[in-house]
Ligand binder design. Sequence first.
Ligand SMILES: Cc1ncc(C[n+]2csc(CCOP(=O)(O)OP(=O)(O)O)c2C)c(N)n1
Ligand code: SF4
Length: 291
Amino acid sequence: MAHDNLTPSPGYLEWLPIEYQDLVNLGPYNREKKPKVTDMGKFKEIIEEHPMCAGCAMTLFIRLAMIAFPNPEHTIIVGTAGCGRLAISQASIPFIYGNYGDTNSVASGLKRGLDQKYPNQPKDVVVMAGDGGLIDIGFQGLMHSWFRQERFTTIMLDNEVYGNTGGQESGMTAQGQVLKMAPRGKVTGKIDAMSLAKVAGVDYIARIAPTNPSRVARTIRRAVMIAREVGPTYIQAYTSCNIEYAIPTGDVMQDAFDMEKERYGFEEVISDKAKAYLDEIEKKPAKKAKK
Ligand SMILES: Cc1ncc(C[n+]2csc(CCOP(=O)(O)OP(=O)(O)O)c2C)c(N)n1
Ligand code: SF4
C-alpha cells in the first residue's frame, strides 16, 4: 500500500480514526529515509495493536519483520491458522490467509502471478507461519516450493508448539518436551529444517532468536532481497510461547538469550549466487582519501 493510496481526499483526514491519521502522517511509507529498529517508538509502525498474549516473543519478531521489509508498500504476506496471523492480519500490509498447510503453494502462485502482472515493479511475497503450519501439515508445499526454487521468503515462527490450539507437540518441538497435550514428553527429536532447506538448495537460510533487533532486521532484509533477485529464502525464528512453556512474561527475553546460547544460536547459510548479490547491494561506498 503506497502512501498515495493511504492518503484520503483533502479535508477527510481529520474525520478518520487517529490510528489512521498516524499511519498517514507518521507511518513508514514512501519516506526519504526508511525508519530503522532504533527509531521504534518514534514513528507509527505498520502494526501496533494486536490480540496476542502479553509479552509474546512472536509479536516482537513480527513487529521487527515489518519494520525490516525493504519495500512494505509492495509486500504481500501469506499466513495461515496459528497465533501469528492474529497480529499479521492487523497490519497495513496486504495479507492472504492460506488454508492451514497451503501457505507455500499459495505463495508460489501469487509470486508468479505478480511477476507477470507487474514486470517493472518487484513485489515481495513473504510467508509467515507457525512451525506446525510449515513443518507438519504444510511440509509438502514447503519442500516443493524450495525444490522448485520459488522466489519468495518463508519465515517460520518457531515456538516449538501448536500454541493457538492449546499445546500439541509439533515436528519442531524438542525431544522429551512435556506439553499439555504431550504429557509423557515428545518421543522423537526436533526436525532439522535448516538441513532440509540446505538439501533443497535454498539460497539464504538463517536461524535466529529475537535477541538483537538490528540483526533480526538485517536478516529479514537480506532474505527478502535475495528472494527478489536470486531464489528461495528461509528464516527460522525462535519465538517462544510463554503460555504453553509457562515462561513468566518478564522472563521472555531472558529465555530467548538462554535458548540462543543453548541450541538456537544465530546461523546464516548463503549460496554463492546470493553472496555475490549481497556483495553488490551491501557494498559500502569507498571512503574518500584524506588530502
Ligand atoms: C486444515 C486445518 N487443520 C487444523 C486446523 C486447526 N489449527 C488451527 S491453528 C493450529 C495450530 C497452530 O500451530 P502452529 O502452526 O505451530 O502455530 P502457533 O499457533 O503455534 O503459532 C491448528 C492445528 C486448521 N485451522 N486447519
Ligand atoms: S499462545 Fe503462545 S504463541 Fe500464542 S499468542 Fe499466546 S504466548 Fe504467543
